[in-house]
Design a protein around this ligand. Sequence first.
Ligand SMILES: [Zn+2]
Length: 519
Amino acid sequence: MTATDRAGRRAPVALLTDGAFTDGEATFSAMIVSGGLIRWTGHAQDVPTESVDEIVRLENRLVTPVLVDAHVHTSDTGQALAGVDLSGARSVSQALDLVAIAAAQHPGRPVYAYSWDETDWAEQRPFTSAELDRATSGADVYATRIDMHSACASSTLMDRAQAWHAPGSDGTGLIARDAHHLVREAHRGGVTAQDRGHFIDTAMRASLEAGIGVLHEMGAPVLTSEEDLLAVLAAGRRPNTPEVVGYWGQLVTSADEASALAARLGVQGLAGDLNVDGSIGSRTAALREPYADAIGMDGFAYLSPEEVAVHVAACTRAGLQAGFHVIGDAGMDCAIEGLQRAAADVGAGALGGARHRLEHAEMCHPEHLTALADLGVVASVQPAFDAHWGGSEGMYAARLGAERSSRTNPFADLVGAGVQLALGSDSPVTPFAPWEAMRACVLHHQKDQRLDVATALRLHTRGGHAAARDDRAGRLVPGAAASYVVWDQRGGLPSLRDGVAAPVAMRTVLRGTAVLDRL
Ligand SMILES: [Zn+2]
């Protein structure tokens, strides 16, 4: 049980006792930690008599492995935490007031606002460039919709981005697709390296406060920049920060190209937000049948099955994970056809072994479930999406109608089919709130898609590590990294029923080092 450091010194041995430890499988009350690893677990009365240097009494507090957020945009999260939250606005004028206050506080600086949802607003429409101009006396304003797939911008930003006549602009300041990409680029041009460093630090701190010790960073050329990705990865290598697993969503056509790109950026895969389609909220997710609330519109497929197949085969040959953002059922058809074609090319064994991943996977038909399991593909899902947009009165129902919306985010079906799931927030789309994600699994709008708390915890810990090809991490067993969270919750896992407060992290420990300590 003793560990020695490189100089042969004995590492201190800490006993954590009188706790309620669980990793969603085993439960026990004491754990011995030394040299960054778990050395022993068991019951308090059975603790080995060998000397310990420190005894921590946990007073029956819950201890779990650190949580893994499998889909994060780190610097955007920090920018949002430092920006204007419009999720509480209920009208155009309320939203404009919030933007105006922020503009007045930092004259001359660009304003970033986020999480507006016109379906919550009395007027049932977004604001316009002209309204943003009047409210801020002409400031640069970039205001993203809750799903991040469309936005509104002020006139100065629209002008600078030359976005007024780009595809996806409606001429009033509401932008999606190409026009949105132009505006995002122009806005990003106004963000300094110092701003970015502040955003990343802010997001990483928030993650540790939420008990999240591992972030899967989803960079992509259309969302961010290589510079931004490299800054996030570098921050993840500093002491006392969450570990970062990087993904980059850029299409490649050969194994050599894939290897060179992944090596240059230091990423685990060419996956993440490589968009097969868009989002349901913005009516850009590719659907088999048209949207229920827009005649003739069935979304957009940004990639062909052939492009998917070539990318997946290239990544498989390079030993890398491939992956895509897929939301609509026609998008899923495209992704699966591409994966199956790639399997025919590289061999089913090699393809399954590469453990490719699909982000979101919100609309799965039974044949999709079987195919995903057969292909060994990980589904990286965001339970908070069901909490926010599911149900008979929710956004999914408005866009898709009752029948299709009732089949969105089929977590129990995915698990039942044998698909590996990982849970994430897509922060800043939804905040770092892992217990709320687990609650959304437990209280899924569709009763037959609910998961129990222990299963949700395993998916938010081991599931996340497995999505990054690590099948050993995320458990509280001897030999595993001492990466765990002590929660304020006492006496085992919370029920997460409605009205029961989510546990709060009191101490977040990564490889034996407390990186957040409120105990
Ligand atoms: Zn994303």
